[in-house]
Design a protein around this ligand. Sequence first.
Ligand code: MOS
Length: 743
Amino acid sequence: MSPAIGGTLNRVDGRAKVRGDSRYSAEVPVTGLVHAVLVNATIASGRISAIDTGEAERADGVLAVLTHRNLGRLANVPKLLPSLAGLAAPGQSFFPMQDETIHYAGQPVAVVIADTIERADHAGTLIKIEYAPTPSITLLDQARDQAYVPEKIFGGLLPGQGSRGDVGKALAEAEVCVDATYRFAPNHHNPIEPSASTAVWEDVDRLTIYDSTQGPNSVQLTVAELLGLPPISIRVVSHAVGGSFGSKAMVWHHPTLAALAARHVGRPVRLVLTREQMFTSCGHREEQEQRITVGAGADGRITALRHHKLSLTSHFDDWAEPSLQSPAVAYVSPNYEGIYHLVRGNTITPTFTRAPGEATGMFALECAMDELAERIGIDPLELRLRNYTETDPESGHPWSSSGLPECYQRAAELFGWHERDTRPRRDGQWLIGSGMASALYPVTQPVNPQRARARLYNDGTAVVEAGVSEFGTGVFTAMTQVAADALGLPVERVRFVGGSSDLPNVTAAVGSAGTSAVGSAVHLAATQLRDELIGRAVADAHSPLHGADPGTVVVQDGRMVRRDRPDVGETYADLLHRSMIPDAEVLSSWTPPPQDAGYGVHTFGAQMAEVAVDADLGVVRVRRMVGVFAPGRVLNRKTAHSQLMGGMLWGLSQALLESTRMDPRLGRWANASLGDYLVAVNADAPDVVVDTIEVHDEVVNPLGMKGVGEIGVVGAAAAIANAVYHATGRRQYELPIMLEKLL
Ligand code: MOS
């Protein structure tokens, strides 16, 4: 029996997906269901001066209309809420419909509940609202002078600034200096499944919410807090989630509003966000600007790095995606300064979006590195190698594992980097260029213990459970493999069950750490269950293994045998049957290592791209991408490959397509639809080569997993922008790259 880990097991939920049997939160059949629709503020700042819901209430099929006047006050707002690993989660310190104030366009101002979604929708248009608007701020350019440096960002997890050495002095003394400012359009996640909640009260203190979420336990604890109920009153179920990309990480308003609406009308209520509401209800990547100043010696060795970010946040939270985190440690740079500057604007709090921070921060750094290489006159890859560091420049600790030099080397081979024509080349009307970038992403560790349960039945099949939801990453499949290997069972005899807050608690799957967090717990639970059964066997006078040293017993295909005498042993099933035990079960808890365990922990990779730019029209086409990553243990080569490739294509999307446009007169997004907000689709995908470098990591977790969720995004846009420069001689300082900039 070959190990399942590292293999290519097909998605265990694949068949249900393909047949249309998967149940999304808006598809769970519920008796007596009615529908809620949100009505959103059309101004970006001000207050509601008058609201008339009479006509809406009298409309056909309407059960109730909730506004700030009758919704009732929430139990605990604003307060520390539990969904971000026990800390205040950005986006949850504000709850709408508590008073008449409008903080951003799209803020919910009413909930209409009716027997059909169409009637609820129609009744929503009958509500008459008068607003007293005040001037709004929705663009950085409107309020640069109001910028401040926050004490902490990111839910209080990270400091607003940091430094080492003397950056001013080092920059003044640097032989070469690159100073550039990069601008980033806001981005929206746009998963295909919009967020949805179905709320069912079985009693005044028994609520089930079917919710589209990255963390059922987070939703349970947050809604409990908001409603002032104990967590035992609330169960959150998430059978299948149709993508997320960070939009379903924080717990936004809709599950709580659905619960309140359901309680109000005494019926199960379903609330599905529209595509347009997805642009105002679950955060986004904020508009931002980053200035990078790199000082180096004539040999290219970096002596100083200054990295300042300016971005737009909400009125409620000091949010900035942590763009300075990875650039601060990407290369040797003894003198460093990083500062976040925020401007308060009329927006919902921005949130995690596809490599939050790294996708933008590493873009800025890696474009500046390309400029530095040119100034010094060395190959961009050589410049990275000269600045590679075996130790974390921040802490001075060694990396827990790296593999970055090997990633560069492998990417160069696959791409043909060293054979490339360093002069720009022409292919008919197309200008051809190539570029590269490094990829870094931190290894995020949950702060709380991660739990999983493993149960073996006396027929030799096993069920393993944890509260993680499957939002498209393949985690249920990978967990089946982890449990099968630890138990010594074929994957066909193992079932993984997740997607409910009733199951052992794991952190919401964020920061590319979902699979490693739950995987560590599953590995522990399954290993402990195996050891318990081996212990039973060696202690059992009727077992062929009686008296054997448990350390010498291994399990193959459900059969416990002596390693040196594989003919001596018995199956789990035989042992349990003989003992008249129906099943054996273990609940395990994995405690992540402390943040500062004496190692720098990052995942590394290298990206390369070849582009063709139309000489007359400025159209950019990516022809080839190569990404090589060192993500530690790969549980499933097929799903990991897909995630990494998906990440690279999101990077292409960020480079060339994605941009949410603000209309500052209205304070509203101008392109809040999938027709107007462009994301990369299959037709945009070039020839993409993905590979991984094996690194062993004994520090991060028991299986040495560093995560594949987001590293594929990082550096992809920079490699493309650098290739565009190579092809055209025009530096790109703004994302997305628009053809207007290339004419
Ligand atoms: Mo992910 S964008 O860290 O939810």
